[in-house]
Design a protein around this ligand. Structure first.
Ligand code: NCD
Length: 309
């Protein structure tokens, strides 16, 4: 039995196979409409979510399966003091696979160790968010035609943004990837990413504070929200919240084939005027997220896609 806790739980070849499957799903939706008949997905969300939870639910429903779960810690037995391990042990009797989001780093791993069904990490605190990374990789691969040889700008809250941490971990495995890390000094990527991932793998990167200067260099610009819920003080958040705002004037500095990605939700960091720019890919990214989660559910449930017609 396999889980997805970190983006590195799948090899590059396995990720390729997963994305090929997601592409086939995109092109042959009917073929997969009953692939998970009779199977249940539990969504255990101890932290707010719109996209990720509904994306998982939409994915399972499109496969013919059912979903159950909760969408806040307050409405679950966590409010009575139940541990994640106990909840996962219990959910294993109710469902065939589950996705868990929790504010604590490592919660999904603890859950996976207790569960007897595949567990998917749907975000653990400021740590990792591997299914967002699958979505990001799928978007880049589909729209750029490759995952290698490019300069990727990551902008905003690189300290608390788990989508950034997961994406860096995943992209360093492809050849010719360079990063431009654009953030205020206070929100730089954590040391464990800079030293433990970038330097360890000899990945070229630069850390800058100025978005305008970075714009012309980039093949991909990955914008992120300042993670209000992970700040220690509201004052500090207020000081940082509008540190970068991508608008039409900044887009004019970028290459014609640059893509803008964002895991969403957006707050102020991308002006609405950018939405109509053909380089804005963040809403297309949402659609890729459903296909890739469908592929992930099929893979972890070991459904043989070749046997479907
Ligand atoms: C992200 C998350 O939850 O980390 N959202 C998402 O899953 N699409 C990004 C964010 O909340 O800023």
């Amino acid at each position: 039995m396999r889980h997805l806790i970190s983006p590195l739980d799948f090899s590059v070849a396995e990720l390729d196979a997963l994305m090929n499957l997601a592409e086939d799903i995109e092109q042959n939706k009917k073929k997969y409409a009953h692939a998970c008949d009779g199977k249940k997905l539990a969504t255990l969300f101890y932290e707010p979510s719109t996209r990720t939870r509904l994306s998982f639910e939409s994915a399972m429903l499109s496969l013919g399966g059912d979903v159950l779960g909760f969408s806040s810690a307050a409405s679950s037995s966590a409010s009575k003091g139940e541990s994640v391990a106990d909840t996962l042990r219990m959910i294993s009797c109710y469902a065939d696979i589950c996705a868990i989001r929790h504010p604590k780093e490592g919660a999904a791993l603890v859950g996976a160790q207790a569960a007897s069904i595949p567990v998917i990490n749907a975000g653990d605190g400021g740590h990792q968010h591997p299914t967002q990374t699958l979505t990001d990789l799928m978007t880049i691969r589909s729209l750029k035609g490759r995952l290698s040889d490019m300069t990727v700008g990551l902008c905003g809250d690189l300290k608390f943004g788990r989508t950034v941490h997961s994406l860096i971990n995943a992209l360093v495995r492809y050849p010719g990837i360079r990063f431009v890390l654009i953030s205020p000094a206070e929100l730089r990527v954590p040391d464990y990413i800079r030293e433990g991932v970038l330097e360890k793998n000899s990945i070229p990167y630069q850390e800058v504070t100025n978005l305008d200067e970075a714009m012309p260099l980039l093949d991909i610009l990955y914008m992120t929200r300042v993670q209000r819920e992970r700040f220690f003080s509201e004052d500090e958040y207020l000081r940082m919240k509008d540190c970068y705002i991508l608008d039409a004037a900044k887009m004019a500095l970028a290459r014609q084939d640059m893509l803008v990605l964002h895991p969403l939700p957006r707050v102020n960091e991308i002006a609405v005027e950018v939405d109509s720019d053909p380089r804005a890919a963040y809403f297309r990214q949402v659609q890729y997220g459903v296909y890739v989660r469908m592929a992930l559910i099929l893979t972890l449930l070991e459904v043989d896609a070749a046997a479907l017609s």
